[in-house]
Ligand binder design. Sequence first.
Ligand code: ADP
Length: 248
Amino acid sequence: REQTDPVLQLENINVSFDGFQALTNLSMRIGVGELRCVIGPNGAGKTTLMDVITGKTRPQSGQAVYDQSVDLLRLNSVEVARKGIGRKFQKPTVFEALSVFENLEIAQKTHKGVWATLRARLNSEQRDRIDSVLALLHLSQERHRAAGALSHGQKQFLEIGMLLVQEPHLLLLDEPAAGMTDAETEYTAELFRGLAGQHSLMVVEHDMGFVETIADSVTVLHHGQVLAEGSLAEVQANEQVIDVYLGR
Ligand code: ADP
């Protein structure tokens, strides 16, 4: 894959919680349109890394630059989202009592700000955007159903849809395939491959089969540091990575 401009550049990020060092001199770069998987054992720092990018945790030192000019460390979570960085947590958090369509409508409007939220009607462009996201996620038939009545996998897709209606540039996804059926996992992989290129993605994932199908590149975290980076085959051949995963 050709090198593209970076959508995200992290330099020497340090995060400590009451003296516990969660991230140590962490540097990484994600290219525009790249699909990067982040792997590593529990406690490696994967969640903390996403918290730093989204303004939830402030590092003690380091730099985080988005789109080559935006200093992420000066923004709060809402500002980060408005700049085009969408984050999906592991558990789906849809509005269960509202319909599938209404969930997408709210996600789209709140992203634009309070006036758009209060305005009663969607314009046709917004409606088309929601329709195309529904089709992409195989949820068109479910548009009037309560989100609470969807399967776990469908809720995960709906939440991805709630990000996509906001037209993000960079998507951060925490174990998106967790709890999905095999068929849903397969479709998620296909979906992500389709999104890459147009969007940049950072996916935290434990399922190596899934990583193998989707990733352009892989970053391995361990004890808050980047242990290895490259293609999945490259990191899997790395001695230190083998030691960590086999516990030698
Ligand atoms: P991962 O997502 O890879 O499992 P985390 O980023 O959640 O790892 O955690 C990295 C380390 O930082 C863990 O040892 C965790 O206990 C610690 N940690 C995370 N958040 C906090 C916090 N708010 N206060 C204290 N320690 C924390």
